[in-house]
Design a protein around this ligand. Structure first.
Ligand code: PEP
Ligand code: MG
Length: 577
């Protein structure tokens, strides 16, 4: 039995498909002799595609940030033109009768090994470049890592060192029941997406990839984080019982789907959905969402080679705005960076991406990309109740600059006679400690705040969201976080603007009493699957009693005491049912 971090509840039993993602991901298979030339052709085409994409990115990046930043792209082209890598791979395909992905992986590993053995520190550092380039060719080669899985007869559980958000998108239509990984933390975007899509997942298992082989049977409990390989009959019985328990619980929650999220003393909270795709619209309504409080638009940019056009943005947002009207839709502008790294958009790999050119910082330094998205949002605003939200704000200048760009885009549209909502509301995510400290000032510049607790916890407790070694410090009820939330609520209310919460913290019933007791929160946006459970909790409490609970919680000195207190209070309130 293995214990990791459950990030997406649900239980599954399936067959292991071990994907080697620790360096370069590749599945090995034999290629018939007659098809070897085609296989070589597939590889050389992928190399040519990669070269032309890199040249294209180089041209764009040089225009945006100047040619001195594109040295890494020159390195990539040089490696691609080096006969050694190409010939080695072709030789591998021809001599071993293996697929191009596998042959490429073998030669890349060999190449990387050479870099390991050189003394020069700079050259050793180039190993990363090779790996990055390797994944690039690989994605051109396979187009889709999970394509091969469609040939599999059985339903499978992916076991990998790591899974990226774009991998998850590819799993949707395949026979992937769930996944487990060596690394990853509680609020990694991979986990968040898996939960939203109902794919049970356990991350942070440290070395699960070395303890299973393809074809083993595996049980995954995405709630407790327990994973069992080749289970006994007893394990299976216990598991099925647990599965039935979850099913019964979810059915019970279904019953309150259409009731309001209102406390016993009549305080109503709007429960909204966080979404990653515009086609989640039907499912969010099924969970009882009253709108979309966070649309993570990064996913529009993933899994494609080109950038989304203004029309792509417009049609996507219009579909949401129109489809949900009069419910509102908050569209967050691009929040690329951190664990949503995207090679096509930004080929420069940063040492500390969570602290790098992320969110609004990226948009403000890539105005073409930012303006294209804003034009799409503004045009769509004519068809629904659409709001704009900026991610990763840490200074007031960023807000002012972004607002000025919105204004420029609005002027352009007016000049062209294109309709849009002139009173569109603009908000910011409060997710950095600096934004908390200047919340009173930021409140004068925008119409609303949404507290992004995932990042706020990451930056306040100084923990990388995707690093399982520090997940124990993901502590939503840490006194620092409670104090920060309280101070943001009070700053916003002084200025008369509304505040919501859209981090995972708001989707955990344990936190709800305290959050609602800390100050006026009228909106909570969460993973849609959490909505029924949160509604159930809200309907159990009175605002008056949770104010008392929050006062007591914030007076305690340690997170352990607060957690203990919150658990006891939750049990007490739930037993009143
Ligand atoms: C957050 O940081 O809390 C948030 C809601 O945004 P994301 O999880 O996409 O970073
Ligand atoms: Mg965030």
């Amino acid at each position: 039995m293995f214990k990791g971090i459950g990030v997406s509840r649900g239980t599954v039993i399936g067959k292991v498909c071990l994907v080697d993602r620790s360096s370069i991901c590749a599945i090995k298979y034999k290629v018939e002799r007659a098809k070897i030339d085609d296989e070589v052709g597939r590889f050389t085409d992928a190399v040519e595609d990669t070269k032309s994409q890199i040249r294209e990115i180089k041209a764009r990046v040089s225009k945006d940030v100047g040619s001195k930043h594109v040295y890494i792209l020159d390195t990539y082209i040089m490696i691609l033109e080096d006969e050694m890598l190409i010939n080695e791979t072709i030789k591998g395909i021809k001599e071993e009768y293996v697929n191009a992905e596998w042959a490429l992986k073998v030669s890349l590993d060999r190449f990387a090994g050479l870099f390991d053995s050189v003394e020069d520190e700079y050259l050793r550092g180039r190993k990363l470049d090779i790996q990055q380039l390797g994944s690039k060719i690989m994605s051109n080669l396979t187009g889709n890592l999970y394509e091969d899985l469609s040939d599999m007869d059985e339903s499978i559980v992916i076991v990998a060192h790591d899974i990226t958000p774009s991998d998850i998108i590819q799993m949707i239509s395949k026979k992937v029941l769930g996944f487990v990984t060596d690394i990853g933390g509680k609020t990694s975007h991979t986990g968040i997406m898996a939960f939203a899509l109902g794919i049970p997942a356990v991350v942070g298992l440290k070395d699960i990839t070395t303890n299973v082989k393809t074809g083993d049977s595996i049980m995954v409990d995405g709630e407790s984080g327990i994973v069992v390989v080749n289970p006994s009959k007893k394990d299976l019985r216990d598991f099925l019982k647990k599965q039935q328990g979850y099913k019964y619980y979810e059915e019970k929650l279904e019953e309150i789907k259409d009731l309001p999220a209102e406390t016993k003393d009549g305080y109503e909270v709007k429960l909204m959905a966080n979404i990653e795709y515009s086609n989640e619209i039907v499912s969010i309504l099924n969970y009882g969402a009253e709108g979309i409080g966070l649309y993570r638009t990064e996913y529009l940019y993933l899994n494609r080679r080109d950038l989304p056009s203004e029309e792509d943005h417009f049609l996507d947002y219009k579909k949401l705005g129109k489809g949900l009207y009069p419910k509102s839709v908050v569209i967050r502008t691009l929040d690329i960076g951190a664990d949503k790294f995207h090679f096509h958009l930004d080929p420069i790999q940063e040492a500390n991406p969570a602290l790098g050119l992320r969110g609004i910082r990226f948009s403000l330094s890539h105005l073409d990309i930012f303006k294209t998205q804003l034009r799409g949002i503004l045009r769509a605003s004519y068809y629904g109740d659409i709001k704009i939200m900026y991610p990763m704000i840490s200074t007031i200048e960023e807000v002012r600059e972004a607002n000025k760009i919105v204004k420029d885009v609005q002027d352009e549209l007016t000049q062209k006679g294109i309709p849009f909502n002139k009173d569109i509301e603009i908000g910011v995510l409060i997710e950095t400690p600096s934004a908390v400290m200047i919340a009173d000032l930021l409140a004068k510049e925008v119409n609303f705040f949404s507290i992004g607790t995932n990042d706020l916890i990451q930056y306040t407790l100084a923990i990388d969201r995707v690093n399982e070694r520090v997940t124990y410090l993901y502590q939503p009820l840490h006194p620092s976080i409670l104090r920060m939330i309280k101070s943001v609520l009070s700053a916003a209310h002084k200025e008369g603007i509304s505040v919501g919460i859209c981090g995972e913290m708001g989707g955990d019933p344990l936190n709800i009493m305290i959050l609602l007791g800390l100050g006026e929160i009228r909106e909570l946006s969460m993973n849609p699957r959490s909505i029924p459970e949160i509604k159930k909790m809200i309907r159990l409490i009175t605002l008056e009693e949770v104010r008392g609970i929050a006062d007591r919680a914030i007076s305690l000195t340690s997170v352990d005491e607060i957690n203990e207190f919150a658990k006891n209070e939750m049990e007490r309130l739930s037993s009143r049912e």
